[in-house]
Each structure stands twice: as structure tokens, then as C-alpha cells.
Design a protein around this ligand. Structure first.
Ligand code: HEM
Length: 135
């Protein structure tokens, strides 16, 4: 069947218990320059390692947490900046394509993400190419 979705963890991002300490490479002989983990939630490439975000409305670890707002969400997708203002959002998050969605569509996605079950999962910060985690 290949990889199957784990709906108990739906949209909760890279599992916090699947620790990754440093950038990793594709298997020897692979033509790829980018590698991923078995969960498809950690992506290692020239930018270091990025981890899929927790998009569920968990109070402490997800969107709709009190830190994010609809305005910040739309701004992040439109600008490719973390929370709309900070560091660049890293690959493979397809924000350049999503930035072309209308305000109505992005606001609908934001509203939907507020209705799904909250899952507590603290996704780690990206690891830079040097391999030293930000925290
Ligand atoms: C409708 C679909 C999607 C939505 C609503 C969404 C939403 C988000 C949001 C809000 C963030 C956090 C941005 C920030 O830090 O400011 C994020 C990060 C991320 N997303 Fe997505 N995403 C979607 C699709 C995808 C897809 C298809 C992929 C991978 C193929 C992906 C991979 C990632 C990764 C790796 C990050 C972490 C980037 C970083 O830390 O810089 N996302 N996403």
C-alpha cells in the first residue's frame, strides 16, 4: 500500500517523539538532493532540515493557539515569512503556489483548521545546514 495516512495524527506535523538531530542525506547513489524521513514530515536539503508544522488548533502547540491570527496566517502564506514577519518559510512548504489563492480561499482554510481536533505536538525548530539546532 505504500505510506498510509495516520489519521490519529492528522495535520499535527512532525511528531515530537521522532527526534532528528542533524541534516541527513539521501541514500548513496540516489539522484536526489533532498531527503525525507519515513513519516514524510522532516525534509533535509541545502536549507538544513524543516519540519511540517502542527496545523491543528491545539492551545499550546498548534495554530489557533492565541499567538496566530487569521491575519498572520494569510500574511505568512502570502509573504513566505514565518508568522508573516520573521525568517523565511522553508521548503517544501508550497507557499509560492498557495500565495496565489484569494483572500476568501485562505480565510476558508484558516477557518477549517480551527474546526479539526486539536493534537498536542510540539514541532521542533528547523535545523540549519551547519547542523546546530536553533534551540
Ligand atoms: C493547504 C495546505 C497547507 C497549509 C494550510 C499549510 C500551512 C502551513 C503553515 C501555517 C506553516 C507554518 C508557517 C510559519 O512558520 O509561519 C507551514 C509550515 C510548513 N509546511 Fe505547510 N501547509 C500546507 C501544505 C504543505 C505541504 C503540501 C507541504 C509539504 C509537501 C508542507 C510542508 C511544510 C513544512 C515543511 C513547513 C515548515 C516550514 C518551516 O519551518 O520553515 N505544507 N505550513
Amino acid at each position: 500500500m505504500g505510506p498510509e495516512p495516520d489519521m490519529a495524527r492528522s495535520l499535527s506535523g512532525h511528531p515530537e517523539d521522532a527526534a532528528i538531530a542533524a541534516p541527513f542525506k539521501p541514500a548513496t547513489g540516489s539522484p536526489w538532493t533532498v531527503a525525507t524521513n519515513d513519516n514524510l514530515t522532516a525534509w533535509s536539503g541545502p536549507w538544513g532540515v524543516s519540519f511540517a508544522a502542527n496545523l491543528t488548533p491545539d492551545t499550546n502547540t498548534g495554530l489557533h493557539s492565541g499567538v496566530w491570527t487569521e491575519e498572520l496566517f494569510v500574511k505568512a502564506i502570502r509573504t513566505g515569512k514565518h508568522m508573516g514577519t520573521a525568517r523565511d518559510i522553508l521548503p517544501p512548504m508550497p507557499w509560492p503556489a498557495m500565495a496565489r489563492l484569494s483572500d476568501e480561499e485562505l480565510k476558508a482554510i484558516w477557518a477549517y483548521l480551527g474546526t479539526i481536533p486539536p493534537i498536542t505536538n510540539h514541532v521542533p525548530e528547523p535545523i540549519p545546514p551547519t547542523g546546530t539546532p536553533a534551540k
